[in-house]
Design a protein around this ligand. Sequence first.
Ligand code: PLP
Length: 483
Amino acid sequence: MNVKEINTTIPQSALLKANLTSKQQEHIESLIWRYTQKTANSKRLTQKYRTVLADPRNASGFNLLLKEMYYPTIGEKAIGSKIWDIDGNEYLDFTMGFGVNLLGHNPPLIKAALQEQLTKGIQLGPQAELAGEVAQLICELTGMERVAISNTGTEAVMAALRIARAATGRQKTVIFSGSYHGHFDGTLAKIKTVENTKKVVPKYPGVPSNWVQDILVLKYGEFESLDIIKTHAEELAAVIVEPVQASNINLQPHDFLHQLRQLTQELGIVLIFDEMVTGFRIHLGGAQAWFGVKADLATYGKIVGGGLPIGIIAGKATYLDHIDGGWWNYGDESKPQTETTFLAGTYCKHPLTMASARAILQYLKAQGNQLQEQLNQRTSKFVARLNAYFDADGVPLQMTNFGSLFGRCFSANSITNSQSLNLQNSALLIVNELLSYHLLDEGVFLRGSSGFLSTAHSEKNLDDVIESVKSSIEKLRQGGFLI
Ligand code: PLP
């Protein structure tokens, strides 16, 4: 490794800004030293290809103070609940492909399905042999009537909104702040206060302002949002919800969703559930089954692809008929009746994806909802154990979960705790970041503030991660970041 790669010098400007004590500075420097040695090849490869590989994952959340550790863990292999990086380090994985790997990594049933398909080849011109079966299984498990298949969740959301516009002849859509629906321009809007007036503006440079003119960004779970929907009813094609937002897992607005369903039904607005994370996870029938709300359209992805890229647009036939014109038969006068919009994609219904999707759907069907119920319960227990430790030890953190999705929760309790602990300057923010590096250093892979349990995680894995959290917190205390 060359000197640059094991540099532990923190830029002066970052040190001045963070206003660290010498104890804190030493703590960070020794973590940088340890972590960059341990993951030297990930760092080396990231730097080697930075000139040619423009990687958005290398752009978000840049913190000058920790820049020496700012590179992705480059993975070599993954089995069950574990991943290994290119330096040979083993990690217990709680990112689980951002929610893809419900059964853990590389489950034999998916591997076998892919191997079988590979021997037959990857035919993209003809229709994939398994596409119909996949659609049928999705309809059976979710209770939806028809299904269209795309390559990513982003595409599915884009297509669902397009269908809603085509079906209603209206332009505007409602999204809720805090939700994530992928990177389609038509969902990348936010509220900004300009001269005391709230305006909807593009969330990122390059998102056309024309697009966001047709988006209302409302508060999730708040009943005043329903009044706003009523006011704009004539113009609204769709309301799209991320039923439980990964960014705010604690908000699980049962009553709001029921009232939203009733209202949108009355007003002829298409209600879309974005079930990318919740689908097949919280319940076989997703968040709709969990909350007892039936959407007009729903989008799925992640789990249902069995590890390969997929996006699903599912829903009532009356809406999905805008994809292909709807039902017709041979041997009579029938023909497509519904005016179609456009959905395409070279890789849609890719044979490998169809093989892995069919394999996981068949498995989930055979298991029944008990798979989800057990995993949900295990996650709740795991989160309760972590919270019991945080409470008993005065750690200003709280976790929450929605089924097997878990994450940080920003409860009044955790804020009060941090205030009473009198954390210095911006230390609370740094503590979060340092904690994830300490966890990596301890062999726990958790990107961002939320994670997933899979059926591959054993009780021993959960005991181990709790020990790693405790040990990381202890190190942060010794480093002067927590009292
Ligand atoms: N919708 C939700 C709720 C998501 O969580 C995601 C991805 O994380 C998407 C849409 C976009 O899916 P994809 O990343 O497959 O494009």
